[in-house]
Design a protein around this ligand. Sequence first.
Ligand SMILES: NC(=O)c1ccc[n+]([C@@H]2O[C@H](COP(=O)([O-])OP(=O)(O)OC[C@H]3O[C@@H](n4cnc5c(N)ncnc54)[C@H](OP(=O)(O)O)[C@@H]3O)[C@@H](O)[C@H]2O)c1
Length: 245
Amino acid sequence: MTETGNTVLITGGSSGIGLSLAKRFLQLKNKVIITGRDKVKLEQIKNEFPELIIFAGDLTDSTSLDELVLFIERQHSDVNILINNAAVQYNYHFTDKTNLTDKIEYEISANLTAPIQLTSLLLPFILKNKNSAVVNVSSGLFIAPKKSASVYCATKSAIHSFSKTLRYQLEDTDTKVFEIIPALIDTPMTEGRGKSKITTEQLTDEFIHNFKADQYESYIGKTKLLRLIHRFSPKLADRIMKNGL
Ligand SMILES: NC(=O)c1ccc[n+]([C@@H]2O[C@H](COP(=O)([O-])OP(=O)(O)OC[C@H]3O[C@@H](n4cnc5c(N)ncnc54)[C@H](OP(=O)(O)O)[C@@H]3O)[C@@H](O)[C@H]2O)c1
């Protein structure tokens, strides 16, 4: 992949990993569009980086999703790289007494349905444009899940599977499918959780290196070790991750 001269759409580009990727793609002289739910946060980021293009909307809402697609179609149909990064993580147990239906629905919609639908709606543009790619952000938790985030881990396993099958379906096209598989990264999502987190800049360095080399799966930080452990002893990998933070 050429890392410059692209039009890059990053969902959830207003925070953490998405914001770090957005800054790097800007530095590398790309047109960058970021999305998020919080308009004020997006506007603050735009004040700091006026070249960024922002779009506010909750992608679990079909009207917002359609508005984003229309915005791209009308104003940025040169989009050639889609980064499906936005997600939420809820920690709860199914033995909790509260009705979990809304939480379950929202988490699956944000982490799985929205990125898959957005990919399908934008693929006609992406396929037409040169140097094109879809980049999905999954998690090391697809290798071995943690007890406290059941639905989150399930969505990330599904995103891993989707990334593979989309890659199979696009193998006769010029569009490449990448997957970022982060370990615990220091972002607002992981505030107050775990130790020895790696920075978003380290993740971005590793990903950009792999992106340029057409290495489709980027195992970031400790997920490389987890993958190796899982290969030799899936039970050990499960034991290590079960009570993860
Ligand atoms: N941090 C980690 O350790 C880690 C590890 C493995 C995988 N990941 C994955 O990496 C990705 C980025 O995570 P992060 O740690 O950078 O999280 P983050 O700092 O919480 O950022 C999440 C971003 O997604 C946006 N967002 C969330 N729900 C949305 C929705 N329904 N519609 C539109 N935008 C939405 C948020 O903006 P608003 O709040 O304004 O909507 C924000 O920009 C996620 O896919 C996450 O699962 C993270």
